[in-house]
Design a binder for this molecule. Structure first.
Ligand SMILES: [Zn+2]
Length: 415
């Protein structure tokens, strides 16, 4: 009660009455939603709705952990891409149980609530192979219910896998936009029908977007997408596991910050008239010449000899995955911390597949999360491990406050 009173007083001191009331009501409503069922006696597990005191006193990091709930990939014991009619889903339930134990561990040891966003497959390939685009939603329904009960978000991971008759393999369509949009329409409707509500967050298959796919998600009413990989471009085939047809994405012009994409440029915000959907890119960082990674990145890096595809745009950039090498993760987090201090808010977003999280990588995931929690505490930066939709709501509220604040002690994010 005392906190709310102080917040209101401080807000009143520099905002018009109407704005103050709006902020106050927004804050109370969102706080009630987010704190439901959580232990918030520990001050370190911050409310996700910004607080006016935080706006002017403490920078914040909002971390979003994404799971692309895909079937096992061929290199991890799944079906090869030249197999027309089979997908294997062994690792998804295993990851769910690992996350459940990690959630308890993190809450007990640090008082921090771990929230994960699960991006569920619903698309034309799922319909073709399992007979129904909503098959994953239904087949794992108990698992989804348990995760949602624990505070996780159930989001959407549509792929545009397409069977090629001439090449006898599955590949991700990136050229025929009509096919991609059809797959998205199909999956969106199936997801909504099965769960009784439409997905609010998405990560699209192989992170591929063009202007039409981003506009499509916006038109469908998806609120937040996390498919971006700032600085990166990747095109490749996977002949050794059955799919030689090149596919990939281009996010070279995207900045590592949340933005509302332009209608005619999915990689950038518009001057005005941006889409309503918020793109929160996966965290990537440019290597600096002082790092070993930078020099290693200059070496010619071929992925697959047979196809001869290279990924030159990876030079100079790296992805500090939350389940990846601790030295890279720490380097990435140090830059996220600097951004938070500079801008007032920064996101850390990372994605994983169920088959990424081997026992060894699970230990890295646990260690990296522990590092993130301790590093933010030491640097006096607020940390929330949020779902994608919570991050979107938090960011919208933060922007509103920053844009309407008459003081200049915090630089508002520049979009
Ligand atoms: Zn996927």
């Amino acid at each position: 009660m005392a906190i709310v009173a102080m917040t209101r007083t401080m807000a009143c001191s520099f905002l018009p009455l109407g704005v103050t009331r709006h902020l106050y009501e927004t804050r109370v409503a969102a706080t009630l939603f987010i704190l439901h069922g959580e232990d918030h006696s520990n001050p370190f597990d911050h409310s996700l709705t910004f607080d006016m005191r935080e706006l002017h006193m403490r920078p914040r990091i909002v971390a979003i952990l994404c799971v692309d709930a895909d079937p096992d990939r061929p290199e991890h014991g799944g079906a090869r891409y030249d197999c027309p009619d089979k997908l294997i889903w062994r690792q998804l339930p295993e990851l769910a149980s690992k996350i459940t134990s990690l959630r308890k561990d993190v809450l007990q040891r640090f008082g921090v609530k771990l929230r994960v966003t699960w991006f569920i497959r619903a698309d034309s390939q799922i319909r073709q192979i399992h007979g129904d685009a909503a098959w994953c939603c239904r087949e794992f329904r108990d698992l989804w219910n348990d995760l949602a009960q624990a505070g996780d978000e159930l989001a959407w991971h549509p792929h545009a896998w397409r069977w090629s008759n001439p090449s006898r393999c599955w590949y991700n369509e990136t050229i025929d936009t009509g096919y991609i949009l059809e797959s998205y329409d199909l999956g969106f409707e199936a997801f909504g029908t099965e769960f009784g509500r439409s997905p609010a967050a998405s990560r699209v298959g192989i992170n591929f977007h063009n202007d039409a796919t981003m506009v499509k998600l916006d038109e469908l009413g998806v609120k937040v997408d996390l498919s971006g990989y700032p600085g990166l471009r990747l095109y490749y085939g996977r002949p050794e596991v059955g799919s030689p047809i090149p596919e990939g994405f281009d996010w070279r012009r995207t900045l590592p910050e949340a933005y509302h994409p332009a209608r005619d440029d999915y990689q950038r915000p518009a001057e005005d008239g941006s889409l309503s959907i918020l793109e929160i890119p996966i965290t990537t960082w440019r290597r600096t010449p002082s790092s070993f990674d930078f020099w290693k990145g200059l070496l010619p890096l071929k992925i697959y000899d047979g196809a001869g595809y290279v990924r030159p745009a990876f030079k100079g950039w790296f992805i500090p995955n939350v389940w990846g090498a601790p030295n890279r993760f720490r380097l990435g987090i140090s830059q996220v911390l600097s951004r938070a201090k500079r801008k007032g808010i920064a996101h850390y977003a990372s994605s994983m597949h169920p088959d990424d999280i081997s026992e060894a990588n699970f230990l890295k995931l646990r260690g990296n999360l522990e590092y993130l929690i301790k590093a933010t505490k030491e640097e006096a930066v607020n940390l929330s491990i949020a779902t994608a939709s919570q991050a979107r709501e938090d960011f919208t509220n933060y922007q509103f406050a920053a844009n309407n604040s008459s003081t200049s002690s915090v630089q508002s994010p520049n979009f």
